[in-house]
Design a protein around this ligand. Structure first.
Ligand SMILES: Cc1ncc(C[n+]2csc(CCOP(=O)(O)OP(=O)(O)O)c2C)c(N)n1
Length: 560
């Protein structure tokens, strides 16, 4: 005999069928029936955040680290709108995120009911799909549909809006409703064989080739194929901000990060290349600088899952639409071994000694090296947004796949601390560092309470320079040092840690670094370290906004 279930119970069962094991959320009126049902389903661990934005970022971090959709839950109105920044962040970086929101009862929709907001309308431009569930009979199918959309093709966020009375509606449950299909590769678009042959021909003939690897390499798990392509053809590899950790950084073919804060030799190599093989990236403006002057001597082969990206920013000689791993495998079959030793030696000659503006204060380079050593290279690093984000991208040596997580496309301050909670849930037993500036940390530091209550051992590092550093740097270079609204006061972070009952350290000198790191790593729970770094340190080199990759600012001299 069929079981009678409420909509909320159906929702829980459908989530379990999708393989969900953790939800990040916050209750409220319109989602109360769901929270009423939740305790019956211990397989669904709920993490109570302190702000819904953090729920979305935590689900995002979980998804990036696990490769499976992350789930966040909020009530209608303010709960739902608090998710928006997190959904937009996931949208820009192609994270499979499922947001579930309560909605006012169906009869009240459109009447400006208490806590009613049109979250479907609000999130339409920042989701792959958003759906209002109009009857309990469609609920299970709707859950499976949004999960499928979140995962398939180019992943991204989806939203399911469930009116309160639908959550309470009764229905008959006849057992599982789907076979869960995790392998979407069969649905992927196929690519053109002629284009593939042409790509192989261009690669074989190029004298100055480069590979630019983006987030798509990580999303399609194409590490081995990327490495094989580089090694077989002797082609140097550039990793974009979101492509970092797609290729081991100790590898002799690894060059570094391109673009606005990319190394001089990397950008110069791009400007001198005769072929760029772009894999799973979108050539965004932070990567290309002035498009008209970008890699003018290079033909571009663009391997990308989303056909609309091909030719969007950069004209391409060959576009290959599909899954990066599948395409690279095919391409490898058509490629004979070759070398580019002369070209590599030339790029080597472009390398400049690192110019940083550290004047003897605590330098990010030393801190990051020490974090790496103390974690024995086995950690995941989640960065926030700003100067420290660039240092974390450039100075840490990523060896293992998918160990660098950051908000690239939207550049969302406040991302690191909550996203790191999600990463810990996906990778228990491995140190996870949330590295933030003093500005970004203060945007979501309330989540320390979540870590304590839910026992989520994030290791937090704050690079405190007393400024909204990246904006201050722009003011220094482009606004005549007018530091308008960038000096930022901080609380006593060690006392803050104490208030939450977690250990905290303040590090002012190099000699204190190792003890603090050891203490934080040895502690079986969340821990916080404040590093007082040099206040006006800058990130070099820097391509001014709108300039070409050939016009880097390399030192303070320019601002004099
Ligand atoms: C939510 C949000 N608001 C504003 C910005 C603009 N912004 C980019 S970097 C930055 C400064 C970050 O300062 P801090 O967190 O202290 O890091 P630092 O640059 O000093 O390392 C600001 C304000 C942003 N990226 N995100």
């Amino acid at each position: 005999m069929a079981e009678q279930l409420t909509g909320s119970q159906v929702l829980c069962r459908a989530l379990l069928e999708e393989g969900v094991d953790v939800l990040f959320g916050y209750p409220g009126g319109a989602i109360m029936p769901f929270y009423h049902a939740l305790p019956e389903y211990p397989g669904l661990r709920h993490v109570l955040v302190r702000h819904e934005q953090a729920a979305a970022h935590a689900a995002d971090g979980y998804a990036r680290a696990s490769g499976r959709p992350g789930v966040c839950v909020a009530t209608s109105g303010p709960g739902a709108t608090n998710l928006v920044t997190g959904i937009a962040t996931a949208h820009m970086d192609n994270t499979p995120l499922v947001a579930i929101t309560g909605q006012v009862p169906r009869a009240m929709i459109g009447r400006d009911a208490f806590q009613e907001t049109d979250i479907i309308g609000i999130t339409q431009p920042i989701t792959k799909h958003s759906r209002l569930v109009e009857d309990v009979e469609e609920l299970a199918e709707a859950v499976h549909e949004v999960f499928a959309v979140a995962r398939e093709g180019r992943p991204g966020p989806v939203l399911l809006d469930v009116p309160k009375d639908v959550q309470n509606q009764k229905t008959e449950w006849n057992g599982g409703t789907v076979e869960r299909g995790n392998d979407q590769r069969s649905h992927l678009p196929s690519f053109n064989r002629f284009a593939l042959a042409e790509a192989a021909r261009l690669i074989s003939r190029a004298e100055r080739p480069l590979i630019m690897a983006g987030h798509g390499v990580i999303l399609s798990d194409a590490y081995a194929e990327l490495r094989e392509l580089a090694e077989r053809t002797g082609t140097p590899v550039i990793t974009t901000l979101l492509g970092i950790s797609a290729f081991p950084e100790s590898h002799p073919l690894h060059l570094g990060m391109p673009g606005m804060h990319g190394e001089v030799h990397v950008n110069r190599a791009i400007q001198q290349a005769d072929l760029i093989v772009g894999v799973g990236l979108r050539f965004d403006d932070r990567v290309t600088g002035n498009l008209a002057a970008f890699a003018r001597g290079a033909k571009v082969i663009h391997i990308e899952l989303d056909a609309s990206e091909i030719g969007k920013n950069v004209p391409v000689a060959v576009g290959l639409v599909g899954d990066a791993r599948a395409i690279l495998r095919e391409l490898l079959e058509a490629l004979a071994p070759r070398h580019c030793d002369g070209w590599r030696a030339e790029i080597e000659s472009f390398v400049r000694p690192r110019v940083e503006s550290f004047k003897g204060g605590l330098a990010p380079e030393g801190i990051l090296g020490a974090i790496e050593d103390a974690s024995r290279g086995r950690c995941t690093v989640v960065s926030d947004v700003g100067q420290h984000q660039m240092w974390v991208a450039k100075l840490f040596r990523y060896q293992r796949p998918n160990t660098h997580i950051t908000s690239g496309g939207l550049g969302t301050m406040g991302f690191a601390v909550p996203a790191a909670m999600g990463v810990v849930m996906a990778r228990p037993g491995e140190p996870v560092w949330a590295i933030s500036g003093d500005g970004g940390f203060q945007m979501n530091m309330q989540e320390i309470a979540t870590m304590v209550q839910e026992r989520i051992p994030v290791k937090m590092a704050i690079f405190n320079n007393g400024y909204l550093g990246m904006v201050r740097q722009w003011q220094q270079f482009f606004h005549g040092r007018r530091y308008s609204a960038t000096p930022i006061w901080s609380p006593d972070y060690v006392a803050l840690a104490q208030a939450y009952g977690i250990p905290g350290w303040r590090v002012e000198h190099g000699a204190q670094v190792d003890d603090a790191l050891r203490g934080a790593l040895d502690h079986d729970g969340p821990a916080l370290i404040e590093f007082l770094i040099e206040q006006e340190a800058n990130v070099f080199p820097m391509i001014p906004p709108g300039a070409s990759l050939s016009e880097p600012i390399e030192s303070e001299a320019v601002t004099a």
